[in-house]
Design a protein around this ligand. Structure first.
Ligand code: AGP
Length: 609
């Protein structure tokens, strides 16, 4: 995934583009570049490395004058990170520059055609093909040239285009990669997401797939793929700029961990009234909900781990089968579903290509799509029949935390809502769970107060090179998330294992000093969890146990160390248990000197297959 930004207005473009790119760097940080018209020609500055390297190259922006330009920060797909493969990519004459987020799937054949026409290529990127092809079709009108190119390229793309021969207009194009327009008085923006432009304007247009936009200082005109003008709704963004700032924390990840109680209040409280879950304007009828025979949950990464918890919880509440599948697998497994199957798609970014493709596959098979998404107006949200937003606010750290916990809460709200409609649990059971949902944010605040104790544990364990997470039922699902958090930011190898499965092979890896995090919050299986702790201890493991306060003493007889959470409804245990595991991963990574907000090889949203 990459970040793109474009500006046309009355101020110097370079500093504005650099500031926008700094807010998009979480989307990719292999290299960065800008292309700005300086009054005579397009000036391009780009370099491998972080945005700081680009900023230094152009003296914070002062080295390039001009009030129209585009910028890019890259997560490499085609072509290794290098100066020449950085964006903007430029046409042979140098008069057309393109920044791109996505993949041009037929770039090889287009490149072969252009080479046969005598076009020389400088880079290994798919994006350069777009710049060269626009020049190939260019006859004095950049909008028409882009229109011709769009009929020939295949793939996913958000494009920002500038032409030195027409330096008063920018062109924006969207297909399968997010792109928004920021509208101002005497200035306009294009950007991958709102964080890049909210400092300047809150009035945004969410572009749809296949749309093209022409931006000038005076205004913005949108077109469909036939270059017919289309009217677009202007949305007003209401969250504060500091929501996308660190707010005094050393890392976005720690800020977002600590924001979780507030995020949960935003996700839960508006959806509970008089002790019942209320989903306003919910697009599924009571009849449809009662007729449901199966649920498929489809997602990737941490969102998939939410789905794993969701399986256990929804099956308890609804007594219908709930299948959880990795989106990248769902697409190729000939899934068995029909119009009595609800497909729940979970995605923080709403742009994950695997998940989007699975959504389209399920839609094609006749299922209704309900998505649980954080980014408002994202592609997945726009293509779903029903959307439940998590309202976590912008999540900048690559490793998700508050989005994960608000997704969990929304799944539980949905389960309780469906259970009420289907009459599948008693009113007492439902109201007990709703009561605990309302207490969840304050109980989570109690857990977060253990931050220093967890930091101490991290100091004991940060030098391990392999860490196991074991658990049963929802504790196993929670262990999956704890293991992924640890892996992605500390680079320590880790696996999460169903405790009962250890003895079928993997226990051979347990030896003196192996660290095992035993997740044992689920009361019904606590005794089993204890026997698994004894099982690994007897083979030399060090055990860090996560359990509820009322079981600390019992667990203390066997575990080397204990982290506790307040007791709560069994549906909500992962919502409390995840915070200590997030903090453990954070502090271990911090002690290992890792780049916590921007881990190597990762991007905030994976918009490639
Ligand atoms: C989570 O910490 C990871 N960054 C990653 O697994 C992520 O959850 C996954 O890529 C799915 O992203 P999405 O929720 O935006 O679809």
């Amino acid at each position: 995934m990459c970040g793109i930004v474009g500006y046309v207005g009355g101020e110097e473009a370079a500093p504005i583009l650099l500031d926008g790119l700094a807010r998009l760097e979480y989307r990719g940080y292999d290299s960065a570049g800008v292309a700005i018209f300086d009054g005579e020609r397009l000036r391009v500055a780009k370099t491998k490395g972080r945005l700081r390297a680009l900023s230094d190259m152009i003296q914070g922006g002062s080295a390039i004058r001009g009030s129209i330009g585009v910028g890019h920060t890259r997560w490499a797909t085609h072509g290794a990170p290098s100066d020449v493969n950085s964006h903007p990519q430029v046409s042979r004459s140098g008069r057309i520059a393109v920044v791109h987020n996505g993949i041009i799937e037929n770039y090889a054949e287009l490149k072969a055609f252009l080479v046969s026409q005598g076009v020389d290529f400088a880079s290994e990127t798919d994006t350069e093909v777009v710049a060269q092809l626009i020049e190939y079709f260019y006859d004095g009108d950049i909008l028409k040239a882009v229109g011709r190119v769009l009929h020939r390229i295949e793939g996913a793309y958000a494009l920002g285009i500038i032409c030195g021969d027409e330096p008063e207009r920018l062109i924006a194009v969207r297909k399968d990669s997010p792109l928004i327009l920021g509208l101002g008085e005497g200035f306009n923006f294009l950007a991958s997401d709102v964080t890049a432009i909210i400092k300047h304007t809150r009035n945004v247009v969410y572009m749809e797939d296949g749309e093209i936009a022409e931006l000038t200082r005076e205004g913005v005109t949108c077109y469909n793929h036939l270059l017919q003008p289309v009217r677009k709704e202007v949305s007003h963004v209401d969250w504060e700029i500091d929501a996308a700032e660190k707010g005094g924390y050393e890392h976005f990840m720690l800020k977002e961990i600590m924001e979780q109680p507030e995020a949960l209040r935003r996700a839960i409280f508006p959806r509970i009234r008089d002790g019942e879950v209320i989903l306003e304007d919910f697009g599924l009828s009571d009849e449809y909900i009662r007729a449901l025979r199966k649920i498929f949950i489809v997602a990737c990464g941490s969102s998939y781990h939410v789905g794993m918890v969701g399986k256990y919880n929804l099956e308890k509440l609804l007594r219908i089968p709930v299948e959880v599948t990795l989106a990248s697998e769902f697409r190729y497994m000939d899934p068995i579903l029909d119009d009595n199957t609800l497909v729940i798609v979970i995605s923080q970014s709403g742009e994950t290509l695997d998940t989007m493709a699975a959504l389209r596959e399920a839609k094609g098979l006749g299922a209704k799509i309900l998505s649980i998404v954080n980014v408002v107006g994202s592609s997945i949200a726009r293509e779903s029949d029903v959307v439940l937003y998590t309202w976590a606010g912008p999540e900048i750290a690559v490793a998700t935390t508050k989005a994960y916990s608000t997704q969990l809460a929304v799944v539980d709200l949905l389960g309780l809502y469906f259970a009420r409609k289907r009459g599948s649990i008693t009113a007492e059971r439902r109201q007990a769970a709703v009561g605990e949902l309302l207490l969840l944010p304050s109980k989570l605040e109690q857990v977060l107060e253990k931050q220093e104790a967890i930091q101490y544990f991290a100091s004991q364990y940060f030098n391990h090179d392999s860490i196991f997470f074991i658990g049963r039922n929802v504790d196993y699902a929670l262990g999956l998330e704890g293991s992924l958090k640890l892996k992605e930011i500390s680079y320590i190898h880790s696996e999460a294992y169903a405790s009962g499965e250890l003895k079928h092979g993997t226990i051979s890896l347990i030896e003196d000093g192996t660290l095992v995090v035993a997740v044992a919050t689920y009361a019904r299986l606590f005794d089993k969890a204890m026997s698994n702790v004894v099982e690994v201890k007897s083979r030399g493991a060090d055990v860090l146990a996560l359990t509820t306060e009322d079981r600390a003493e019992t667990m203390g007889r066997n575990a080397n160390a204990i982290i506790t959470i307040p007791d709560t409804d069994e549906l909500l245990l992962p919502s409390l248990g995840v915070a200590p595991l997030q903090l453990l991963a954070y502090y271990i990574a911090l002690m290992r000197g890792c780049d916590i907000d921007k881990p190597r090889n990762l991007a905030k949203s994976v918009t490639v297959e």
